[in-house]
Design a protein around this ligand. Sequence first.
Ligand code: ZN
Ligand code: ZN
Length: 409
Amino acid sequence: MTGSLDDKEILNIAQTTLSKYKLCDHCLGRLYAKIETDLTNKKRGQLIRSYLKEIRKIEVENCWLCSGLFNEIPHFTDLITDSLKGYDFETFLIGSKVDEDIISREQELFDFAGSEYSEPIKTELNRELGKILEKKLKQEVDFKNPTIMVVIDTPFDIINLQISSLFIYGRYKKYKRGIPQTKWFCKICQGKGCKRCDYTGKLYDLSVEELIAKRFLEVTKGDGESFHGCGREDIDALMLGNGRPFVLEIKNPKIRKPDLSKMGNFINSTNENIIEISNLHFSDKAEVIRLKDAGFRKTYRIVFRGKKPINNEKLKKAAQSLRGKKISQLTPSRVAHRRANMVRERHIYNCNIESVNDAMATLTLEAESGTYIKELVSGDDGRTKPNISEMIGILCEVTELDVIEIKGE
Ligand SMILES: [Zn+2]
Ligand SMILES: [Zn+2]
């Protein structure tokens, strides 16, 4: 940045400006904020006035531009401090709204005096509030990733807090069938509650999401949550092995450091034989994105029934030929109403017979993320190719499907 405060041209313009507009030291100094940046605007204004031998001082309350705004800083810091009581946070950032009349006067001043070295009034206000609050709250301003963004509406004395979510990673196992991963709202009332859903708003009483989130919401005093699972199992499938990764997002929490091992113990002991969680750690939004994008391989235990007794040798051959094979699946008829109708190719990595007993058989199968397992067995009227029914020449249906391992991670 070129220019200095005692530059003749700059002083000339400042002189003309001051003869037209009564400006306080803040508002005068702010016109030259990008010169000698180690000064506050107030000091800079004082310095220019002394170079100009301008002894007439304009008090903040008489300033044509801010009309006293900078005198209210102690009041604003009190308001902000009060509004933050009870919240855990490490960093914060201040934003502000300023009266529209002030903004339009500022524009008029910039048009007259030039804005080459200037900064907007909000920038100064936010910075000055931030400096005082850093000392008062003993917390730091963070421009990139503040825990709490405080926006003060100065004409109305209204404080709005934007609190960043708290993210907790874990893995869950599900030991009971018939529990969906996430809340399922009643389709008729969309969650409001109606006769059909017995005024619960939900299709299922329990969900993995609610069983885990309930305690976290109590302890962190959050006002909402989102459950981000790394894929999902069917409602009637168990989730076993090392568990399924998830990230629980708590919205607007007051407490940000709950004791995770206590939380885990509490949730596990109150949900024995239903769910179990492990590997809890504090996480972030990036991990949610990673989990959502991750194509983790899964190993399933599949129990299915044939229309006729199943031949062990034929099934063995089918299992062998599925290993390392790519299958193609047209969107299954059961989900066609909510997914685009298209062919998806999926890898099958491994397939082993556990048992064959008359018309019943059990397989373990390791497949790429996103494989439709029920359709791989039934064939879904030829929509999945190849499929086990076709390979052994008997129409088969899955009766039990469990996820026994999620790889990667
Ligand atoms: Zn002013
Ligand atoms: Zn309903």
